[in-house]
Design a protein. Structure first.
Length: 158
């Protein structure tokens, strides 16, 4: 029971710290392209507007954007120690946690971007009006998230 609680807390801490790092890495994209240039923030803006019945779609609702951004990051962080526990023998001998975190973040990127971005925002991530750079920036943010998460979980295992 204690190890489950410990894993949840480490995952939560790792998820929040990783989301902070991801958010910092996404700020240049936001400054360059605006809200549409940061796929996760754009999705969260639309979700916030719809969920809270906000009529002002043009105003950026940072409270809602970051509420959902950190909620998603924390939940994915909580899942990571449990998912990584299935790979314990591989991690100790072949693959460091940071690499597993990287693979986890790419899987999250694929699983969340492909099926939900266009239905939520109306914009295809693959044929985005801003080109392919926001897509790569989104991938880069997820990579930062995964590496930081992998390192934090790795440090907790020592």
């Amino acid at each position: 029971m204690i190890s489950i609680l410990y894993s949840v807390l480490i995952g939560l801490l790792g998820g929040v710290l990783s989301t902070i790092a991801m958010t910092i890495s996404e700020i240049p994209s936001w400054k360059k392209w605006g809200l549409r240039g940061v796929f996760e923030w754009h999705e969260n803006q639309i979700i916030t507007v719809r969920l809270f019945h906000i009529s002002d779609l043009q105003h950026i609702h940072f409270k809602g954007i970051f509420l959902f951004h950190f909620l998603n990051g924390a939940l994915a962080g909580i899942a990571f120690p449990f998912i990584s526990s299935f790979f314990t023998s591989i991690i100790h001998y072949i693959m460091p946690f940071s690499l597993l975190g990287l693979l986890y973040s790419i899987a999250l990127w694929i699983l969340t971007l492909a099926p939900i971005h266009k239905p939520i925002t109306g914009l295809s991530p693959w044929r985005h009006p801003l080109g392919h750079l926001p897509l790569l920036a989104s991938l880069g943010g997820h990579i930062v998230y995964g590496i930081v998460l992998g390192i934090i979980v790795s440090l907790s295992q020592r």
